[in-house]
Design a protein. Structure first.
Length: 328
């Protein structure tokens, strides 16, 4: 569907055919990380992510640099890292729950899992989060599709610039995970005061981190690009669109934090609606308006989309607060 060049399609297929086998481990790892964060155990997920990424980097060097496996080596490195992280995660969770084992526990849990009344709330919650996440992935997929149509240099430059979004998400996701757990605990205690304190404190730190990232990208963005790729034409293209990445920490900050807030409140429907609004009413119309600007249009639309996510969730939160409906 991307209508890419034969070379791009060849390497994409080579990567996919290997990487797809890590799907079971990657999905289970998400469950384990979610459970650990929900238990307010932030150290274990940090340990797992450090292990996963360290092994991935080490195997990348071995498979790509030493064995010269190329793109296939990158895929094998990620696959191995995912399964090693899975075994480590299962070991940690087993240690945490070992004291709760009791006779007939597994049979009772299996019965609850197969009970539709028990399962329904989870499926409904996951349905809305799935739609919300699907909308988010549509934006990145659309950028890739349009980037391919603009040429290999553009799609390569956008791939480099996506690393800036990863840097942002690494810092913001940490705060989002923290506010998820804190908000969930506040809801459980039915404490509006603690809920609001958690949100205000998280927004304060998120704003501080966003300003620091903006200054980092402004001062060292071009240098970071040269460290990611040594291809000069890709460097030049990436630097051309760097200004849009310099401001994206500020435009995306509220979206990251209020995602965590609404997950903590289990208000997945509101998250879904805000995401659909941001995608259909903001992202695509903004891109269409600036389409003649080429790749600039994609990054303008991405900034507008990120900003709309945060503002729409903030608006819903304030409406719920005024109606005194934060805790139902």
């Amino acid at each position: 569907m991307l209508k890419a060049t034969e070379e791009v399609l060849f390497y994409a297929r080579q990567y996919f055919d290997i990487r797809i086998w890590s799907a079971p481990a990657a999905l289970i790892n998400m469950v384990l990380l979610g459970w650990l964060l929900g238990m307010q155990n932030a150290k274990a997920p940090m340990f797992l992510l450090i292990i996963t990424n360290s092994i991935n980097i080490l195997l990348d060097v071995i498979f790509v640099v030493v064995f010269e496996w190329g793109v296939a080596g990158v895929a094998w490195a990620s696959l191995c890292a995912d399964y090693i992280a899975l075994f480590c995660g299962l070991f940690i969770v087993q240690r945490m729950v070992s004291g709760f084992y009791e006779k007939g526990l597994f049979a009772r849990l299996l019965k609850e899992i197969l009970n539709l009344k028990t399962l329904a709330p989870f499926l409904l919650l996951n349905r809305d989060i799935f739609i919300r996440t699907l909308c988010l992935q549509v934006t990145f997929t659309f950028m890739t599709i349009q980037g391919v149509s603009l040429g290999d240099d553009i799609v390569s430059a956008n791939s480099v610039l996506m690393h800036f979004l990863l840097i942002i998400s690494f810092s913001m996701d940490g705060l989002a995970y923290a506010v998820e757990a804190l908000v969930g605990k506040s809801i459980g205690e039915r404490s509006i005061r603690k809920l609001k304190e958690s949100i205000y404190l998280t927004v304060f730190w998120a704003t501080l981190f966003s300003v620091l990232q903006l200054l980092l990208f402004y001062s060292f963005g071009a240098w970071i690009i040269t460290q990611i790729t040594s291809i000069e034409v890709v460097q030049q293209e990436a630097i051309k669109y760097l200004p849009w990445l310099i401001i994206i920490p500020m435009t995306s900050m509220l979206g990251f934090i209020f995602d965590g807030v609404f997950i903590g409140m289990t208000r997945a429907v509101d998250m879904r609606n805000a995401m659909i609004f941001s995608l259909c009413v903001v992202y695509f119309p903004v891109w269409f308006i600036f389409e003649e600007q080429g790749n600039h249009a994609l990054w303008i639309a991405m900034n507008a989309f990120m900003f709309a996510r945060g503002i729409s969730l903030l608006w819903i939160y304030r409406r719920l607060s005024h109606k005194q409906a934060l805790i139902v």
